[in-house]
Design a protein around this ligand. Structure first.
Ligand SMILES: [Mn+2]
Length: 217
C-alpha cells in the first residue's frame, strides 16, 4: 500500500553541511546531543539516516517524527518494514513485537498508524546524494554489487538492502560499482569502519548508547 520509489536522489547542498547518522533505535536524546555537538543548523545542514529509527530504545515515536523534518532524510530499515508489515499488512506482527516493536503497546495505536502513513512513503530503500566531490549512496544493510541495479532492475530483490550481513561478515572489500561511497547501518560494530567503498556506521546505539554521526567524506 505504501510502495514508492526505490531510490531518491538529492543534489549537492549549496547552503550547508551534510551528515549521516547510524541506526537510532529510539535514541532521540543521543541524536540531539550529536546535533548540538556539531552546531547543526536546521536551515542549512542536512542529516541523512541509514534507517532503523525505531524499536529497542526509549523514544521510537519521536524518532519516527524526524522524517517529517525538512532537514532529515532516511532510508527504510528492516525495523520500519516490520512495523509496516505488522500495522498495515497484518503480516508477522509477532516478529516485530519480539524485535523491539513492543513499545506500541504503550502508545495510541491510531496515532502511530497515522504517523506511519505519513512517513513511510518518505523513506525509500536507497538514497543517493551528490556532494561537491562524490556521489554517495545510502542503504540500510547492504548495497547491490552494482549501484546502477537500483535504477535499472525493477525485479531486484530488495531484501538484502534491508537485512543482509554477508559483505561485512566475509570482510568483503570489493568496490560497489557506479557509486563513490555507500553508507550502511544494520550490523552493530564497535567503531565505524570502511570495507572497499562501503562505510559501516551502526555502532549499536541500542545497547551501548554510542551513536555515530559523521560528515560525508
Ligand atoms: Mn537493521
Amino acid at each position: 500500500m505504501l510502495m514508492n520509489e526505490t531510490v531518491v536522489k538529492y543534489e549537492a547542498n549549496s547552503k550547508g553541511r551534510d551528515f549521516v547518522v547510524g541506526d537510532l533505535h529510539g535514541h532521540y536524546d543521543l541524536l540531539q546531543q550529536a546535533l548540538d555537538k556539531v552546531g547543526f543548523d536546521i536551515h542549512a545542514d542536512r542529516l541523512f539516516s541509514v534507517g532503523d529509527l525505531i524499536d529497542r530504545g526509549p523514544e521510537s515515536l519521536k524518532c519516527l517524527t524526524l522524517v517529517q523534518e525538512s532537514w532529515f532524510y532516511a532510508v527504510r530499515g528492516n525495523h520500519e518494514v516490520m512495523l509496516e508489515d505488522a500495522l498495515f499488512n497484518n503480516e508477522n506482527p509477532q516478529l516485530w513485537l519480539k524485535n523491539g516493536g513492543d513499545w506500541i503497546l504503550n502508545e495510541d495505536r491510531q496515532e502511530v498508524e497515522e504517523l506511519a502513513r505519513k512517513v513511510l512513503p518518505r523513506m525509500p530503500y536507497a538514497i543517493e546524494v551528490m556532494t561537491p566531490h562524490a556521489q554517495v549512496g545510502i542503504v540500510h544493510a547492504e548495497p547491490p554489487q552494482d549501484w546502477a541495479l537500483l535504477h535499472r532492475d525493477s525485479k531486484l530483490d530488495i531484501s538484502p538492502l534491508l537485512w543482509a550481513r554477508q559483505r561485512i561478515a566475509s570482510k568483503d572489500r570489493s568496490l560497489i560499482k557506479n557509486i563513490d561511497r555507500v553508507y550502511v547501518g544494520h550490523t552493530p560494530i564497535e567503531s565505524p569502519r570502511t570495507l572497499g567503498n562501503v562505510r559501516y556506521i551502526d555502532t549499536g546505539a541500542f545497547n551501548s548508547t554510542i551513536l555515530t554521526m559523521e560528515r560525508f567524506a
